[in-house]
Design a protein around this ligand. Structure first.
Ligand code: NAD
Ligand code: DAU
Length: 334
């Protein structure tokens, strides 16, 4: 029986992945280790709270004793735990270095000591840096440009080194920008949808023409599961959907879907070191048998509908500590 240690499972992608796993493989066990930072939220998995297949452990992946104590009971490790927001990494990088690099090292050491069948490190397309034309393939050089992406690049290569040096059976997906339900409302799509539903300004950085490849979170979950099961040891897999959109295009659809006018579009000071474009060659994962199943425009409309129907989930998040961050971050801008 597969017994997973999922770290960061109370966050956006991790919680969607846990939900996906339980609905796909009823006979599994999952331990979810999460520090519950501002981005971790037990509401994301409320329906599994009393499920005997599921155990939540409140803790830090940097805590070697705790991680070591969990490892004997699992045979698959999936590391989602990270500080994940580029803007926060520009303001205060410390936690990014600790969690994203050192935390990953702690997990690797415990996995090596106890032996696991699989170790999947959730990396990101941001490790390549920006690309004006063409697409990055898995063998291209890493040129990360923010403290966030540099931390993720460090972990990505550290994981690879455990394959080369210790033969730990690792796989490393590098996914593009995810969107969907349960995304903390500070990233472009979740922030803009929730602001638009409240008829608040949508702060567009710079000229709004930066390009991201948007991937619906459920398509990503399917890709991650495939890589976990079919990926070759030591290999990296790009995961993208080919939905290259400028931020202003995303904004326009969100305004349309929420019934708002373009008056909410507010151009603000640019992000420091703002990557212009991300684009991935996905030949390797498609030859493994994956293809994204969701159409971008309809998945975005469904996502808007989810946030419209689930105010209980996000309204309370946009207060307290978050509000302080938001006001400080955007104070010179809005
Ligand atoms: P998120 O910020 O929503 O969730 C991160 C989770 O990690 C939270 O539950 C948080 O409490 C937990 N966490 C943070 N520090 C921890 C620690 N020290 N110990 C234990 N738990 C800790 O992030 P997300 O958007 O779901 O991203 C998940 C992973 O996927 C990250 O590794 C991120 O780098 C990667 N990724 C994200 C995207 C994206 O578009 N969101 C794309 C590619 C890769
Ligand atoms: O590419 C994968 C990465 O995508 C993940 O590794 C990161 O964890 C995830 O946060 C995301 O990073 P981005 O920086 O691309 O996502 P974000 O949603 O923060 O920004 C997307 C684009 O929108 C980017 O060009 C900046 C712009 N933006 C963002 C915010 C929050 C705005 O114009 N205004 C905003 O208020």
């Amino acid at each position: 029986m597969k017994k997973y240690l999922i770290t960061g499972g109370a966050g956006f992608i991790g919680s969607n992945f846990i939900r996906y796993l339980f609905s796909t493989y009823p006979d599994i066990r999952i331990v979810n280790l999460d520090k519950l930072t501002y981005a971790g939220n037990l509401d994301n998995l409320k329906d599994f709270e009393h499920d005997s297949r599921y155990r939540f452990v409140h803790g830090d992946i940097c805590d070697a004793g705790l991680v070591d104590s969990l490892m004997p009971d699992v045979n698959v490790v999936v590391n989602f735990a990270a500080e994940s927001h580029v803007d926060r990494s520009i303001g205060s990088p410390d936690e990014f270095i600790k969690t994203d690099i050192f935390g990953c090292f702690v997990l690797l050491e415990a996995a090596r000591k106890h032996g696991v069948d699989r170790f999947m490190q959730i990396s990101t397309d941001e490790v390549y840096g920006s690309i004006e034309n063409g697409r990055f393939s898995e063998t291209d050089a890493l040129m990360p440009s923010s403290p966030y992406s540099a931390s993720k690049a460090g972990a990505d290569r550290l994981v690879y080194s455990y394959y080369v040096t210790y033969k730990l059976p690792v796989v490393i997906p590098r996914s593009s920008n995810n969107f969907g339900p349960y995304q903390f409302p500070e990233k472009l799509i979740s922030l803009f949808i929730t602001n638009a539903l409240d008829e608040k300004a949508l702060p567009i950085y710079g000229d709004g023409r930066n390009v991201r490849d948007w991937l619906y979170v459920m398509d990503n979950c399917e890709a991650l599961d495939l890589i976990l099961n079919k990926g070759r040891d030591g290999e990296v897999y790009n995961v993208g959907a080919g939905n290259e959109k400028m931020n202003i295009d995303i904004t326009t659809q969100i305004l349309r879907d929420t019934g708002n006018s373009e008056a909410l579009m507010t151009y603000v000071e640019d992000r420091k070191g703002h990557d212009r474009r991300y684009a991935l060659d996905i030949g390797k994962i498609t030859s493994l048998g994956w293809t994204p199943r969701h159409n971008f425009e309809s998945a975005l409309s469904e996502t808007v509908a989810w946030y419209r129907d689930n105010r209980w989930w996000w309204e309370k998040l946009k207060s307290g500590e978050y509000l302080e961050y938001y006001q400080n971050h955007y104070k010179r801008k809005l």
